[in-house]
Design a protein around this ligand. Sequence first.
Ligand SMILES: Cc1cc2nc3c(=O)[nH]c(=O)nc-3n(C[C@H](O)[C@H](O)[C@H](O)COP(=O)(O)O)c2cc1C
Length: 325
Amino acid sequence: MSRPAAGAELFGVRFRNPVLLAAGTCGFGREVSEVIDLDALGGLVTKSVTLEPRHGNPAPRVAEFGAGMINSIGLANPGVDAVLTGPLPWLAAHVRRARVWVSVAGHTVGEYVELVRRIDGAEGFVGFELNLSCPNDSRLGGRAFSLDREALDEVVRRCREVTERPLLAKLAPNDPDLPDTARTAVAAGADGLTLINTLPGRVLDPDAGSARIGAGQGGVSGPALRPVGVQAVYAVARAVDVPIVGVGGILRAEHALEYLRAGASLVQMGTASFAAPRAAERVAERLMRRPDLPAPWGAGPGGVPGGPSTAAAGLDTVSSTQESA
Ligand SMILES: Cc1cc2nc3c(=O)[nH]c(=O)nc-3n(C[C@H](O)[C@H](O)[C@H](O)COP(=O)(O)O)c2cc1C
């Protein structure tokens, strides 16, 4: 019988386990650091950073429904200037082993490029997650970047030109041809894909007919999203040869395992942390005790034949203050 995995090398760095905190659900790490041992995790993704500070959408911004939650935070964040002087130096000083990804979002290609260019020189993070799929925010005058082939190609290609760090493209579930979208992102230079963002939805008060969140429309997350995310990973893992980060509805180790068996190399957890802040730590610990994890975590059954490559993305030059575990 194979032994439990000791870690895996992906994107040119070593991850101690496959579990990351998802963008927008752990602030910039510091906000949750009193409760969660961040270095017990594989990593975390910051909330999406924009050029200007954003105050976000009208309250209430989140509501629960039977099978998950709906949110319309509207990418509230302090803007890149404040992030470069507060949260990123904190992460560089306090997080040693968890791999940090900075999520960026904008309304134009130029905004993404500017964000990546400005943040690139900071220390303490591995790479960028391009949020190209927020249902509460979109390209100026158009659909989300990931739902428009030309816009997707341009934004990834232009960001690729200004950084050597790994780029994850985060894609949307409401995509009529996700494998083709994934191929476009990879051809444009994405080193990996994060699947999936929240699914557009609406929850109404049945008596009054009014929406349960201030913005009306929001993004659905939590258990209802899990089969959608697993299917997205399964389909895309058979279309591209880059590592996939699976996210959506993971509450327990078995759920994370579904994603790994579908072809994900890493997973992220978001909504679960709201109900149980240490859920991700628990899932990481339980997963790493299993002797049967698929590649790249173990040689057990269930890996995708000819699936995602675990090769480093040629990123030896990435500067990071993070210890290589
Ligand atoms: C309150 C909240 C805020 C979020 N903010 C962001 C964000 O800033 N950027 C982003 O890319 N995704 C954001 N997401 C989406 C999550 O990263 C994740 O893709 C989604 O919630 C599905 O995972 P889950 O079911 O484990 O929550 C947010 C989700 C929630 C619930």
